[in-house]
Design a protein around this ligand. Sequence first.
Ligand code: PEP
Ligand code: MG
Length: 756
Amino acid sequence: MPNNTDRDHLGLLYDIGELSLLIRESTDIPNLLERTAKVISQHLNAEVCSIYLHDQETGELVLKATQGLNPASIEKVRMAVGSGLVGATLESLEPVLVGDAPQDPRFKYFAETGEGPFRSFLAVPIQRGEVRTGVLVVQHSTPDYFAFPDVRTLRAVASQVAGVLENVRLLMSLRQRDGVAETALKSEPGFVKGRAASPGFAFGDAVVFDRSHVRLLETEDAPLATEADFHDAVAATARQLDQLQERFTERLPESASLIFSAHLMMLKDAQFTRRIVAKIHAGTAVSQAVREVARDYIRLFGESPHRYLREKAKDIEDLTGRILKNLAGQSWDDQGLYQGRVVIAQALYPSEILKFASEKVAGIVLTSGGVTSHVAILARTLGIPLIIAGQAALLAIAQDTPILMDGELGNVYIQPDRDIIERFSDRERERRVAADHAGAMQPETFTGDGVRVILRANINLLSEASIAGELKAEGIGLYRTEFPFLIRSTFPGEEEEFRIYRRLCADLPGRLLTFRTLDIAGEKVPAYWDIAGEPNPQLGLRSIRFSLRHPEQFRQQIRAILRAGADTPQLRIMFPMISSLDEFYQARAFVDESREALEREGLPHHPSPSLGVMVEVPAVVEIIEELAEAADFLSIGTNDFVQYLLGVDRTNDQVAYAYRPEHPSVLRTLQRIADAAGKAGKEVSVCGEMAADLDLMPFLVGIGIPALSVDPHHLPELQSRINALTFTEAKAYAARLLAEATLAGTQAVIRSGVRP
Ligand code: PEP
Ligand code: MG
């Protein structure tokens, strides 16, 4: 009986755990399967490792990759489910371990594989939920070579690779279809792997958003239209836009009269209509006159050195499209150009995302950007599936090509077949049902051994406040106040800010509310603010630097918060990107000054909000003890903290692999911050995405972070995970992670889990 010390189970699980690396390094799908088989055969010291996938159309299991068998038999060896040892494995959904396969009555010999010499046989099923994906097989010439530990490991491997192989299976079924997908996207036929930035499933026709303003020219003509028809069409368009604006305002109160303001202004611009009418009088057909004048405007705006004016060109295109549709007697309703479509773009401004939301776009695929970028955050807020796929070739996709987006896995399917669409529709239905059941949260959260962890919500727009409330968040841990700024066409004034903030306070009475002051620049640049020329905006005039450079703006915001929070008992203000004590003192002085001014003016306001520092710039770690003394609370913005500590741009997909919250330096620094806060008796929370990372949350709890703030939809699962965890376990897990000095080490601890 061979011992199995020649097998490296841990190494196998480790390497398979690095699936993303395996995928990245593979040249194509057959190569990915081959590499997977190779990794398994090497670590289990198996002479053969083969991957069979289940073809649901023919009902057969097909050999797709092998190490050790004759490669010419790939795709040729096929068997029905239930037939042979491999078929028996998928039928029973249980591992099949046989010491001497040729002696087994179920054994079926395939001469073309050259499997004659192999005696030991171990197969495990690969399944994803209810779906039977395929079978993983290892073989060896020594009888009784494999034993129970191999079974356990191979099962673990099968569950790790199941998701990827299921996608491969779907993809292969997609490829078999007439090669249609191949022609749709030259470089990567049928399927593009991207990164999930906002969850959800979307299926719709592609529209490539390229700011080239040509679509309006494609609308139908109205050859018999008269001048009176033109005026009617303008009036109908104005009415439709008003209605659309109204409906959208209910959903996003901050956007009041903003999204379509440019459209409505144009309609009100007498010059625009006068020029069209003049052309009609001169004998130009009505639709043509509209197009010609619109084109002039689009060109003018498009050539502007100011970005916000260039953006307006898109609005004119959209408006003109609406007028032309009305002229042709076609109904626009509230559809716009993008309803139900999958928009593909190189990059988008937040205002454009809003516009798409207003038109009920199905989903968005971007070819640049990062998943923690604010465009991604906004898409999550608005519930629009978003995938970031760094493939410029996507921009060359033919208009109207059917696209399916899997926003959970970051997969983009081009021209998917019915089978794939149905599978995803089912999954989306399940996801919604799960979300509907999220209401069962308790108002407070405790670990299994009774340690309290405060769960709060991060929100960006007012529409999320009610969701946070329903989900029983213990207040708002981060309100990104820049979002109302980002989606507007001008800076809001104090009164407007006051109105927005007061509404938030009214929506969540009695709860703790944390207003983070304006954090613009970097990747969050409002369209109306031309900062072209900042060579490195992530290191530029960002966040608190911006506020301190624009004191009027900052003062207005602080006053608006203090006034809005007059009746909010637990009002907190925190400053982003603080890099020194001096900066914190300066920011605090604005609050003191504003409070005194409001006092003098006799305006109701909160007399003593808690003032906090966002820990995002690693420079503050060396002065964290003093900062913890000076501030009322600390909140760690890990999205930026990881970016700056590791020197990795959080918005750059090219370096996303190096953006590692589990980096030992990140973990150890977080512990230092938690300790400093604890010593000063001040609360410290984490409000970056790391707080919702289920592998890292126990670490945060274990180092004594008492409060986490996450996107509202994460709350139910986070609570149940915390309930299932003991503080003792979390502490031990944190200690194991902190003992590691390499990424490989921390990742191995994470893989082994809280209970290794
Ligand atoms: C962070 O940096 O972690 C954070 C919460 O702020 P934002 O994502 O808005 O930069
Ligand atoms: Mg930040």
